[in-house]
Design a protein around this ligand. Structure first.
Ligand code: THU
Length: 157
């Protein structure tokens, strides 16, 4: 028998340690949480995607009285980004959240499984890594790729 170990490298940074564009993405993701429509969970998530054309597309979770009809911030952002700019490639996604008390959580949140699979589609299209920034109040986790969040992902290719 053989064993396969899968590891996920995570760089943990403070806001002040980020580049200007990374700080901008963090700001945009944090601001996007304020546009969440989350009357049921009261949990607000914001996402900001940097595209190869320099545009930054944001999204926030959008809930629905019929619960499964809502969607997460990451999918709001990635579907809108690709619908709006189908030729642009994804470069980085930043994700922030506020808890039910309206405050940012100290630790970053991580995308749900459906969002990981959805984001992976755009990483495949980009033919390169899409950097992932998971934003907490104190620390920001930086992962090199969406794939590192979804090892052994389904793919037809
Ligand atoms: N949510 C996101 O927007 N992104 C995630 O990755 C996980 C969860 C949203 C869905 C729902 O509106 C709320 O957070 C509580 O689950």
């Amino acid at each position: 028998m053989k064993q396969l170990d899968i590891t996920t490298p995570i760089t943990i940074a403070r806001y002040e340690e980020l580049s200007t564009i990374e700080q901008k993405l963090v700001d945009e993701a944090r601001n996007a949480t304020l546009r969440a429509y989350a009357p049921y969970s009261k949990f607000s998530v914001g996402a900001a995607i940097l595209l190869s054309n320099g545009e930054i597309i944001t999204g926030a979770n959008q809930e629905n009285v019929a619960y499964p009809s809502g969607t997460c911030a990451e999918r709001t952002a990635c579907f809108y980004a690709h619908a709006q700019y189908p030729d642009a490639l994804f470069q980085t996604i930043a994700i922030a959240a506020r808890g039910t008390d309206g405050n940012e959580l100290p630790q970053p949140i991580s995308p749900c499984g459906s969002c990981r699979q959805s984001l992976l589609e755009y990483e495949m299209l980009a033919k390169g890594n899409v950097k992932v920034m998971l934003i907490g109040a104190d620390e920001i986790y930086i992962l090199p790729s969406v794939k590192s969040l979804l090892p052994l992902a389904f793919s037809e290719f």
